[in-house]
Design a protein around this ligand. Structure first.
Ligand SMILES: C[S@@+](CC[C@H](N)C(=O)[O-])C[C@H]1O[C@@H](n2cnc3c(N)ncnc32)[C@H](O)[C@@H]1O
Length: 212
């Protein structure tokens, strides 16, 4: 085991368990889905839930549902009258997602949409306290521009994978479009005077943005 793996194992054995449903989801994803590492997982999931406990958002927008792992974690952390709008472009995920949402006591707090977030966000007609950007890395800046006006002042935006497996600090940076998209987003956030921001060195990097 590397030092990082030992650290993660120690952390996971000293925080809340993810629970039977999410453990089953995680196993199912690793056996049956392509790219199961895309789901948030135990540590990030508990952190998302804790952020919800502390920040108490009434309306959350998640861009990129995948298996609904993170959706279910956030749903655990919000009040009964709160809602998560989550958008997934790949409708082949519907059976998998519904298998787990339907078994969760928090199912009633989740509104699932299938389609391209770029087209759906402008139709939502809602103001959000919290947004979780976690879809196609090429379009992070576009998601941010679409979501920003519908986040209330004092609301937060979280963006996952902003270190992109360390590719963002490779020199020269790789020329693939995902890395370019993340680099563009990180630079945009760095320069944006309308916000306060911090990067949590969690997993693949999670930016936390507070709208002034
Ligand atoms: C990293 S996964 C999401 C993981 C999930 N948020 C979690 O933490 O467990 C990214 C997902 O975004 C979806 N996606 C990509 N482009 C999208 C778009 N334009 N609109 C909505 N979903 C999109 C992908 O199909 C994929 O399922």
């Amino acid at each position: 085991m590397t030092a990082a793996e030992r650290s993660e194992a120690y952390i996971l054995s000293h925080i809340d368990e993810e629970g039977e449903l999410l453990t089953a989801l995680d196993r199912d994803a690793h056996v049956n889905l392509l790219r199961p590492r895309m789901l948030s997982g135990h540590l990030q999931g508990r952190i998302l839930k804790m952020i919800c406990r502390l920040f108490r958002p009434k309306r959350i927008l998640e861009i990129g549902t995948y298996t609904a792992y993170a959706t279910l974690c956030m749903a655990e952390g919000i009040a009964d009258d709160s809602l998560i709008y989550t958008i997934e472009v790949n409708d082949e995920m519907e059976d998998f997602i519904m298998k787990y949402i339907s078994r969760s006591p928090a199912a009633g707090k989740i509104k699932l949409f299938f389609g391209d977030a770029m087209q759906l966000i402008p139709t939502l007609n809602e103001t959000f306290d919290m947004v979780f950007i976690d879809a196609d890395k090429r379009f992070y800046s576009a998601y941010y521009d679409l979501a920003f006006p519908i986040v209330r002042k004092g609301g937060i935006i979280l963006a996952d994978n902003i270190l992109w497996n360390g590719k963002v600090f490779d020199t020269p940076p790789p020329s693939d479009k995902q890395t370019a998209g993340i680099l563009e987003f990180n630079e945009k956030i760095r320069r944006d005077a309308r916000i306060e921001k911090v990067i949590l060195p969690l997993r693949d990097g999670l930016t936390v943005i507070w709208k002034k």
